[in-house]
Design a binder for this molecule. Structure first.
Ligand SMILES: [Zn+2]
Length: 479
């Protein structure tokens, strides 16, 4: 018997200084589709998400709202957890970096990297938004390129990690795709960063600067572990790295297929710092890092000050879970920036879901009911012409998914919907009453539902149920 293939994947951990917005929803939905796809293939999947709670951002947000940091992170982490139901996410674990299992893992990882950690006095420019130091040359007119704010001047004695030592190894690992960075433009960017030379990174801050919040550095109570060293560790602490749990061995150390899905703003942490830390600690490396773009709203960057932050909960409440999943997968290019607008959303909804998929479903169910076709006979149908179409759609759709081309993958399924519409027009079964034709349509519809399982799990179930019962109800009422 062959061993079941294992597959591990994670989202990045969002900061919980605010409520979830659609930027993280995009990432969570993409990851969920990948997880469901690998389960569909029969693999043993572990899908991880959670919340990053030990950042200065959270401390500052709590100060602003006048609540304790603990209160703020508890409240917002609960909101992030609610995405599970709202977006129908199938993650296997949800780690909060304020948990004990995480702290113990971070302490262990720090200790495992001890030979590459040293203390030094340092002066630098720190952006709290990024939770990162910047060099003068990296700033945009003196401002953080990501947040367009002036970084703070920090002068402290901190711990440093010898990133420079791993420069050549990282270069080789990335050039040779031992860690594959997708898309290739991002890989080139990272290689460009390495080419400029990697400097050691500051991995702690004073307890005072951290306002006492976070994980103390092992062996030195005056310092708190830098939030990125802390947060990156979640990918293994959740698996039980601290206690050598079997699932850490199974899904990390003894598993080739490990994927991180992240946004483009944090590629350096994941493609350089994280592998270097793992190398230092003598641990296994991730295999793939898939990097998505950002979502703009009405072509503007989402921001509180512009008042254009879109809540995934509001969208789900108004349109339902599957339409939200569909829009982000179909409309936002997987690895580039994409734009959200209610007009685009409703247009996709009406054209692709209400008309395309919904209409086909109700037509086929109505026809089969009228001609009293026993839907359970559908497997005996499927003429050669129809089977070829279905086979082609499956192959192309899966191939696109392997490359994280969610939009392309859905296009392939919709090409099958278009084929069915043309087939109905050509065969005119409402006139001919040809049972074979209707059987063929039931066959295609059930295959479409199977393919949609990873994208639109609820709609998939409902279509299969309608085929089974012959009861037709609009899948997606027009808006
Ligand atoms: Zn910044």
């Amino acid at each position: 018997m062959t061993k079941t293939k294992r597959f591990y994947l994670s989202t990045a951990l969002p900061y919980v200084n605010a409520q979830p917005h659609i930027g993280f929803a995009l990432e969570a939905i993409q990851a969920d589709v990948v997880a469901r796809y690998h389960r569909f293939l029969g693999e043993d999947v572990f899908f991880l998400t959670g919340t990053d709670e030990n950042s200065l951002k959270n401390v500052k947000a709590a100060e602003k709202t006048g609540v304790s940091v603990k209160e703020l992170v508890d409240r917002n982490a609960a909101e992030f957890y609610k995405l599970k139901q709202a977006l129908n996410l199938s993650f296997d674990d949800f780690i909060r970096t304020s948990e004990k299992r995480h702290r113990l893992g971070v302490e262990k990882l720090w200790t495992a990297c001890q030979k590459d950690i040293y203390k030094k006095k340092y002066k630098g420019l720190y952006c709290v938004g990024c939770e990162e130091f910047y060099k003068e040359s990296e700033l945009d007119n003196g401002l953080c390129p990501e947040h367009k704010i002036k970084p703070e001047v920090v002068e402290e004695e901190n711990f440093f990690f010898r990133l420079s030592k791993y420069q050549e190894r990282l270069k080789e690992i990335i050039e040779k795709d031992k860690i594959e960075i997708i898309p290739p433009e991002r890989k080139r960017e990272i290689l460009g960063v390495i080419k400029q030379g990697l400097e050691d990174i500051c991995i702690s801050r004073s307890v005072k600067r951290a306002h006492g919040w976070g994980i103390r550095t092992p062996g030195d109570n005056s310092q708190i572990v830098w939030v990125w060293f802390d947060a990156l560790a979640n990918y293994i602490t959740a698996l039980g790295y601290a206690d050598k749990e079997p699932r850490f061995q199974k899904f990390w150390q003894e598993n080739e297929n490990k994927l991180h899905i992240i946004g483009k703003g944090i590629s350096r942490f994941h493609c350089l710092y994280w592998p270097a830390i793992l190398l230092s600690a003598g641990l296994s490396l991730p295999k793939t890092i898939f990097i998505h773009g950002y979502i703009t709203v009405g072509k503007e960057k989402m921001s509180k000050s512009l008042g254009n932050v879109v809540s995934p909960f509001d969208l789900v409440e108004k349109y339902g879970t599957d339409p939200v999943r569909y829009f982000f997968l179909r409309e936002i290019p997987p690895s580039e920036d994409g734009d959200f607008s209610i007009e685009r959303f409703e247009s996709r909804y009406n054209t692709d879901l209400a008309n395309g998929l919904g209409n086909l479903t109700s037509r086929v169910i109505a026809l089969s009911k009228k001609l009293k076709i026993n839907p359970s006979l559908k497997k005996e149908f499927g003429d050669k012409e129809v089977r070829i179409e279905v086979e082609r759609a499956y192959q192309n759709s899966f191939k696109a998914l392997e490359h994280f081309s969610f939009n392309k993958s859905l296009e392939e399924i919709w090409s099958l919907i278009n084929f069915s519409d043309r087939y109905i027009e050509r065969e005119r079964p409402w006139k001919t009453k040809n049972k074979q034709v209707i059987g063929n349509l039931l066959f295609i519809l059930s295959e479409i539902a199977m393919m949609l399982k990873v994208f639109l799990p609820e709609a998939s179930k409902r279509i299969l149920k309608q085929i089974e019962t012959g009861e037709s109800k609009p899948l997606f009422p027009r808006i």
